[in-house]
Structure formats: structure tokens, C-alpha cells
Design a protein around this ligand. Structure first.
Ligand code: SF4
Length: 101
């Protein structure tokens, strides 16, 4: 069985880290996401698309975006939120930011 990432996994999302502190934080984050009103919540497929891009991003550090300080799993769960980088790393080449929302 492959070793699971821990707190030293720089390019990981919180939900992927299994050390006790981050696993607990990931559970809390899941609960916070569940409290986002449905009309403000991004579609699950859109959230996952954004998180794939975050995982490739040099600003991701242990689940946190170093540009805005957000846990990316939380930020990516809001339909009107965007990546804080300029240009947005969540917008695909040829797409406008509005097309994402
Ligand atoms: S800069 Fe954008 S893509 Fe990079 S970690 Fe932050 S939110 Fe994710």
C-alpha cells in the first residue's frame, strides 16, 4: 500500500493528509463547506476542476493558498470565488472568468 501524504506534503490538499492535526482540520473544513448555502456553492465538478489546478500550482502549500491565505478546498467551494492570481489559474486559456460562474 503506498504511503499516504502527511503534514510535509507541500502540494497536497488538506483532505489528502493523514497526520492527526491535518486530518482533524480536513474534517472541520468539510463541515464548514456543508454550511455554505447551496446558492453560493460551486458545483462539485467545478470545485474538483479548480482543485486539480491548485495541486499543480506553486502557491499551494499544505492545503493553503500562499497568495490569499485560504484553504483552497474551502475557497474552491464557492461559486463566485476565483483564484487570486492574476490572471486566474482557474480560468482555462480561451475562457473568460465569467464563463466559470
Ligand atoms: S494561486 Fe490559485 S491555483 Fe494557486 S493555490 Fe491559490 S487559488 Fe489555487
Amino acid at each position: 500500500m503506498p504511503e499516504r501524504p502527511d503534514a510535509n506534503c507541500r502540494q497536497c490538499l488538506l483532505r489528502e493528509m493523514t497526520d492527526k492535526a491535518n486530518a482533524r482540520l480536513a474534517e472541520d473544513l468539510e463541515a464548514w463547506i456543508a454550511y455554505i448555502p447551496l446558492q453560493q456553492r460551486a458545483e462539485p465538478a467545478e470545485t474538483e476542476r479548480r482543485l486539480v489546478l491548485c495541486r499543480r500550482c506553486p502557491y499551494l502549500e499544505r492545503g493553503t493558498c500562499q497568495l490569499c491565505g485560504c484553504y483552497v478546498e474551502y475557497r474552491a467551494s464557492f461559486n463566485l470565488q476565483d483564484c487570486p492570481d492574476l490572471p486566474s489559474r482557474w480560468t482555462l486559456p480561451g475562457e473568460s472568468a465569467e464563463a466559470q460562474h
